[in-house]
Design a binder for this molecule. Structure first.
Ligand SMILES: Cc1cc2nc3c(=O)[nH]c(=O)nc-3n(C[C@H](O)[C@H](O)[C@H](O)COP(=O)(O)OP(=O)(O)OC[C@H]3O[C@@H](n4cnc5c(N)ncnc54)[C@H](O)[C@@H]3O)c2cc1C
Length: 464
């Protein structure tokens, strides 16, 4: 069960599906953060445009309604690598835009009266071994190099903020906020509707074919609702389906542009004031441990601990299904991790366990692409850093489609071409080997107290 969808302010009600063929200016596929931020900013940049959002299930069904609620300034490509690829100035600019976007996103939610528990408390990465501390130090130096104000934390300074068992130190980064993701995405949907965008739910896009602006030929989106097929004719088609992308046919891009990789989460019951007195965490910082396998946690607005991590297997042929939302082994490891951070959680119930797919391109680069010859646009591939990135993507898409030149249209993700993933079964073997290797790397470090050789070898293979 997904904590976020279960703790909305109002019961989840589905919007109506599509019942007619339509002729529109902009058809957006996917009702997550990317599709809705795009709709939001397109409405501002192209006020007269007829915009529809087509969502297969309901707004927030995808990663946007299931994530860890970190609105971070993280960009999936490491700063050093970005410098090599696009030069120092552009790389710095990326970091600057993302950092600035964290408070801007909060202000935008507030402007529309969306109460999503936004709390701008920063982020702590804690080290619990000397090897992890080395990685934290490397992160600090990388942040310094990028001109960012990261702060080293001593063991006592970590403890003053969050009383994590076994901590030897950590790193604090200012630019991160905690949100309740489902309240944010559903509030955003209501805001774009109020602004005149039409959202169709239970409307599954089966295929899309862009048009040709040179002969004023509109693109066609084929949509199914209750077994009936409808056609949406659109000047612009924006694909915002992240990990779900491989399930839609389109001649404009490969179905191997991104793969869906699962991240899973679990949450405790609301914790008593006595437990919070022991743990601290009054600053609502988002929290991670400097392991190889990604972990992330937040203290929720209703006083639970929600913790997530990778490690669930990738399924053959980019399959996505509800059964993949739960993995007893990974959920068990997450509960174990939370209890090892905070032994006081020993008798506390974990009431929720869920998960969802995020999208990863072969070179780990997110993309916002737009072709003005056929009106097709796409954004995604955020590798699990999509909360703030989708906000920036919405702004970028709005400027690209409206023809406005801006700092967003100069970002290096614009029209970035990632190579396609390998075909099966190579893809299945490689991704699962990578996921397993990162789990083993953490175990290896735990046992050997030395930097993992497996992780070093994998980093070379993965190229980051
Ligand atoms: C468990 C988990 C934890 C995460 N934690 C964080 C975090 O803490 N911070 C962070 O920055 N990022 C995090 N992420 C990543 C982040 O949630 C995503 O990058 C972001 O939500 C992507 O938004 P999106 O709108 O592009 O995609 P989604 O939210 O996945 O939306 C895509 C939408 O497309 C719809 N769709 C699919 N197929 C079709 C179709 N055929 N027709 C019509 N619609 C279709 C889906 O139903 C879905 O609603 C996490 C992801 C997961 C899964």
């Amino acid at each position: 069960m997904n904590l976020w969808l279960e703790s909305l302010d109002a019961p989840l009600q589905h919007r109506a599906g599509i019942t007619d063929d339509l002729d529109v200016d902009i058809a957006i596929v996917g009702g997550g953060f990317t599709g809705l931020w795009a709709a939001h900013f397109l409405r501002q940049e192209m006020p007269g445009a007829k915009i529809v959002v087509l969502e297969k299930e309901f707004v927030g069904f995808g990663a946007s309604g299931r994530n860890g609620g970190w609105a971070s300034a993280l960009y999936p490509v490491a700063f050093d690598r970005l410098v090599i690829e696009v030069g120092e100035e552009r790389a710095r600019n990326v970091r600057e835009v993302w950092r600035r976007s964290v408070p801007e996103l909060g202000a935008e939610l507030a402007r529309h009266g969306i109460d999503a528990g936004y709390s701008y408390g920063g982020n702590i990465t804690v080290a619990r071994t000397k090897v992890q501390m080395k990685r934290v130090e490397a992160e600090f130096l990388a942040a310094e190099h990028a001109g960012e104000g990261a702060v080293r934390l001593s063991r006592d300074q970590v403890k003053d903020r969050i009383n994590i068992s076994g901590s030897v130190g950590g790193l604090f980064i200012r630019e991160c906020a905690r949100i309740h993701p489902a309240k944010a995405v559903r509030g955003l949907a209501s805001a774009v509707e109020r602004a005149g965008v039409k959202i169709y739910e239970e409307s599954e896009v089966l295929s899309l074919r862009p048009g040709a602006s040179s002969v004023a030929k509109k693109g066609i989106v084929k949509v199914r609702h209750l077994g009936t097929i409808r056609r949406v004719h659109a000047t612009h088609i924006v694909e915002a389906t992240e990990g779900f992308l491989p399930s839609i046919n389109s001649p404009t891009r490969s179905n191997r542009s991104v793969v869906p990789v699962y991240s899973l989460m679990t949450a405790t019951e609301p914790l008593s004031p006595e437990i919070w007195k022991e743990i601290g965490w009054s600053g609502n910082e988002t929290l991670a441990e400097a392991c190889h396998l990604i972990t992330y946690a937040q203290r929720t607005a209703d006083d639970r601990i929600a913790i997530g991590g990778r490690g669930a297997p990738y399924f053959f042929n980019s399959k996505i299904s509800p059964e993949q939302d739960r993995d007893p082994q990974v959920h068990g490891q997450l509960r174990e991790l939370a209890r090892s951070w905070f032994p006081i959680l020993r008798d506390v119930n974990f009431t929720h366990a869920w998960g969802g797919p995020l999208g990863i391109a072969r070179d780990w680069h997110p993309t916002v692409s737009f072709d003005d010859k056929n009106g097709y646009a796409r954004a995604g591939g955020y590798v699990g850093d999509g909360v703030t990135s989708s906000y920036v993507a919405g702004r970028t898409l709005a400027d690209l489609l409206s023809g406005k030149k801006s700092e967003f249209t100069k970002l290096p993700w614009v029209n970035h071409q990632s190579p396609p993933w390998e075909g099966e079964p190579v893809r299945w073997l490689a991704i699962n080997a990578g996921l397993k290797a990162m789990t083993w790397a953490d175990r290896e470090e735990h046992l050997s107290h030395r930097e993992s050789l497996i992780a070093r070898a994998m980093a070379r293979l993965l190229g980051h």
